[in-house]
Ligand binder design. Structure first.
Ligand SMILES: Nc1ncnc2c1ncn2[C@@H]1O[C@H](COP(=O)(O)OP(=O)(O)O)[C@@H](O)[C@H]1O
Length: 880
């Protein structure tokens, strides 16, 4: 499958067909990172000897339990390893200690589960005992009936109605004795009944206990994820915390062991109840025997004795049960206490942890806070600068002050910040980008990618980077974090009047951004589109002036103001002609032209709208266009900037001749400050192994997902699926014609998500541009394993090297190129690519993998920008 980018012949506003065309699809779901699972729980088939499972305290010889422990240990060890790989051993705690600690925590947690299991099983036993008690009651009833029968018979026999046999064998005196004994027996049985009621009460209290245990269980489940976090935190804790945690975990272990023993004792007591039941059985049997042997005195004695012993045993058991339950209740309360302390500590630790690795997003918020306070005149210029310096240095005091501000009133926060202002120095620069686009909040094309990509890379290098954009009505507000309007109005000059501007702030991709919303009747940025308005010149002249006014009023001590393309090229002459005289002159101006096709030429008098002096600037050596009697804003930026760049070394050469579109002489004149730096791509945004827009994520080592994306896109675009390697072609004029074609689709729309998918689905990416200042698409394509076929021009020439060109080092060869801007040359390059694709799939695969591994990140390009910024700043300081 192929994606082709239209030959470049127009720039802003981009033609809707300017980029990606292709097709494919798959209905496979993306592979997802497995959700972390809770630690496995082992439920033993009998009440566990949990002490054996407590670390370093094992006493059990039970084979089954040993096996269970071994499985658990293996699980703990492997998860420990994973954690160690993830977090490393930053604080010098020995691996062994950490392993022990983690293993201990995991075992402890599992033991809690096991303890609960044991409790459940103990309860099951209690239920059994309850049933057995009922049996016992039934049997006692029978016993009672039989006794009363015996009583009746004895009565009859005493009255002489019972036959001679009895009268012969039992004298009357003996019968009286038996009667009395039977009465005693009855009392005993009554007593036994009372005891059984007591047992029932004990059971009730066990059920109450069980309820409490269930609550505890629920809170345990809630605590489980925090507990896991705490384990991770512990890996990062210093030795002191490690010791404290260790001690707590050991206490917990001891407590659990005690509780376990108690449960074991309870189980023993229940066992004794079984014995008791056996004895009652025997009693019953003996009674039957006594009945058969017709009330032998000896038997009744025996019976009485047995009942007495039953009663005694019952009392002992009951007492034991009560004390066990009491102990168990106490240990649960203790356990609860330790658990709450553990939670408290975990929360404290996680707060400390987040403080040590505060993301750039938060630093950006602090930076915006400081600027807001300065504009609102709540802090002085000096304090603001000191605080900014601290932001730049990622100062830990400032971080602490910010983190401790939660819930404070505004005034208190300001005071808090002012308290920690200390003088400091830094080699980092304060860089402001003023631009018309920024990805992903306001993106039309590559300029937007550059602003966020370069900004992030410079921020990573320790510079304080801020962006100023127009507040477009059509921008993606959902891509801005913390978007809010400042309680301040910045006035700026336009066409002889001052106009209010609302200032919005927010972070985009972790960078602090200002959005200017002009309160001008022309509603400059309420046009439902970024470019293409009849008054574009005025719209962006207004914006450039307002952006400088914002910087001026916020009294920032800026090192670099970086403006981009003709829309913000006004900044360079405005800064030096209108603001430097006011003392706002610490910054050096850098101008990047992303495309010399667009130069912002207009009738000379139009320049006056933003306060520039037309008389002064409409001169050959300043802003007058080289070929027409107009003024040219890009020329003005070339003349007035300290640094001028364009987006690739080859394009920098091209624009010194024809490619300069009339500005070649100016560029030659200012060639000492002019340089071409190849753009990078934002490798976080463009990453096939994490890209959420794809059907299936993949990487250079596992290309299966790429094929799945291709199949998915083909299906989505309703293309034939009979031949998966069928190519697509393009061109607007034949879009309708292609609509019913099985192998071709022409897509004429801007769709960011689809663009990601197309990069992933395509095998080849054709960029046959007539000219291409840099081009990002060929680099993004390579990152997604789509081999570029490009014309050797501009940045394409600096990033794509022909696979068959033996004059180029082999390791650099990554695509297919052609020079002549005609169909024959393009077909030749495509044929060569197809040859490899169809006939040498292994070679092709290696090429795809190699392309995916090329580093197109901003890192090296940002270093070049950093270098030229620093040199310009150093020159300025030396001159001062
Ligand atoms: N139709 C489109 N839908 C979504 N994104 C697009 C589209 N066309 C181009 N893009 C994106 O715009 C950027 C183009 O950058 P670049 O190659 O420098 O071209 P340009 O300078 O014309 O903007 C890339 O991020 C590309 O993915």
């Amino acid at each position: 499958m192929w994606a082709a980018r239209g030959a470049r012949d127009t720039r802003r506003p981009p033609s809707p067909s300017s980029s990606l065309h292709s097709a494919t699809f798959s209905n496979r779901r993306p592979t997802r990172t497995p959700t972390p699972r809770p630690p496995s729980r082992v439920v033993p088939s009998s009440p566990p000897r949990t002490a054996a499972e407590l670390p370093r305290k094992s006493t059990s010889n039970d084979k089954h339990h040993n096996r269970v422990n071994m499985q658990r240990d293996e699980a703990s060890v492997s998860s420990d390893k994973e954690r160690q790989e993830k977090y490393g051993d930053e604080n010098g705690i020995s691996n062994l200690q950490l392993e022990d600690l983690i293993q201990m925590i995991q075992n402890t947690e599992k033991n809690i589960m096991l303890l609960n299991q044991a409790r459940l099983q103990a309860l099951e036993h209690v239920e059994t005992v309850l049933k057995e008690k009922e049996d016992l009651q039934r049997k006692l009833k029978i016993l009672e009936t039989r006794l009363s029968e015996t009583d009746a018979r004895l009565k009859l026999s005493a009255e002489g109605q019972f036959g001679t046999e009895i009268n012969d064998s039992l004298p009357v005196l003996e019968l009286d004795d038996i009667k009395e004994e039977n009465m005693l027996l009855k009392d005993d049985i009554q007593f036994l009944k009372t005891m059984l009621i007591e047992v029932a009460e004990t059971e009730n209290s066990i059920f109450t206990l069980e309820k409490e245990r269930a609550l505890l269980d629920a809170s345990l489940r809630e605590l489980e994820p925090r507990f896991i976090d705490a384990q991770a935190d512990m890996l990062k804790s210093g030795p002191r915390q490690y010791d404290a945690w260790w001690e707590k975990v050991e206490n917990l272990g001891d407590l659990l062991e005690t509780a376990t023993n108690k449960v074991e004792n309870a189980a023993m007591v229940l066992g004794r109840n079984h014995d008791l039941e056996d004895k009652v059985d025997k009693l019953e049997a003996s009674l039957a025997e006594a009945n058969i042997s017709k009330f032998s005195c000896y038997f009744v004695d025996l019976l009485q004795e047995k009942i007495k012993s039953v009663e005694e045993r019952f009392q002992v058991c009951n007492h034991e049960m009560h004390s066990q339950i009491e102990l168990y209740e106490n240990s649960i309360a203790e356990f609860h206490d330790i658990l709450s302390k553990l939670v408290e500590e975990t929360e404290k630790r996680s707060l400390e942890h987040s403080a040590s690795s505060m993301p750039s997003e938060l630093w950006s918020r602090i930076s915006l806070l400081i600027d807001g306070w300065l504009l609102e005149k709540r802090i002085s210029y000096n304090d603001a600068n000191t605080l900014r310096e601290m932001v730049r240095k990622r100062d830990s005091c400032l971080r602490e002050a910010y983190l401790s501000c939660r819930g404070m009133k505004d005034r208190e926060i300001v005071d808090n910040f002012l308290k920690i202002t200390l003088p400091g120095t830094s080699s980092g620069l304060h860089i402001i980008h003023i631009a018309a686009e920024m990805a992903p909040v306001a993106k039309v094309g590559g300029l937007a990618d550059v602003i966020s990509g370069l900004g992030k890379a410079l921020q990573k290098k320790g510079h304080l980077v801020e962006i100023i954009l127009p507040k477009y009505d059509c921008m993606q507000n959902d891509q801005v974090n913390n978007l809010k309007v400042l309680d301040v109005v910045v006035q700026s000059y336009f066409e002889g009047n001052l106009f209010n501007n609302k200032i919005w702030t927010g972070t985009v991709e972790g960078l602090p951004v200002y959005f200017i919303e002009p309160q001008h009747p022309a509603k400059f940025f309420w046009r439902a589109q970024y470019y293409g308005e009849h008054d574009d010149f005025k719209r962006f002249a207004y914006f450039s002036r307002a952006a400088l006014e914002l910087l001026y009023q916020s009294q920032k001590k800026i090192d670099i103001i970086h403006c981009h393309d003709w829309q913000t090229a006004f900044v360079a002459p405005l800064y030096w002609e209108a603001y430097a005289n006011l003392g706002f002159n610490s910054a050096r101006i850098c101008f990047t032209c992303h495309n010399f096709e667009y130069q912002g030429a207009a009738p000379a008098q139009d320049l006056a709208c933003c306060g520039l002096d037309v008389q002064q600037l409409d001169r050959e050596d300043r802003m007058r266009d080289n070929s027409h009697g107009r003024i040219n804003v890009v020329k003005g930026a070339i003349v007035y900037s300290n640094i001028v760049t364009t987006v690739s070394p080859t394009y920098a050469l091209e624009v010194r001749s024809e490619g300069g579109r009339g500005l070649q002489d100016s560029l030659k004149l200012h060639s000492r400050k002019f340089v071409g730096i190849l753009n990078g791509i934002d490798t976080d945004t463009w990453n096939p192994s994490t890209d959420r827009h794809l059907k299936v994520q993949y990487n250079a080592n596992d290309l299966q997902g790429k094929a799945a994306n291709k199949a998915a896109l083909r299906k989505q675009l309703n293309l034939s699926s009979t031949n998966a390697s069928q190519p697509l072609r393009e061109f607007e004029g034949i879009a309708d014609h292609f609509q019913n074609n099985n192998n071709i689709r022409l897509l004429l729309k801007y769709d960011d998500s689809l663009s990601h998918w197309i990069y992933a689905a395509s095998d080849m990416f054709i960029v046959p541009s007539m000219f291409e200042p840099c081009g990002l698409t060929q680099m993004i394509a390579m990152r997604y394993g789509s081999v570029p076929i490009v014309r050797k021009t501009g940045g394409l020439n600096d990033s794509v090297f022909d696979f068959d060109d033996e004059t180029i080092p082999k390791e650099l060869r990554n695509g297919f190129t052609f020079v002549h801007p005609d169909e024959k040359a393009l077909s030749g390059a495509m044929e060569r690519a197809f040859n490899y694709y169809n006939r040498k799939p292994e070679v092709w695969k290696q090429l795809v993998q190699k392309d995916m591994r090329i580093d197109f990140s901003w890192a090296s390009s940002a270093s070049q920008y950093e270098d030229i910024y620093q040199r310009a700043v150093a020159r300025a300081r030396a001159a001062a």
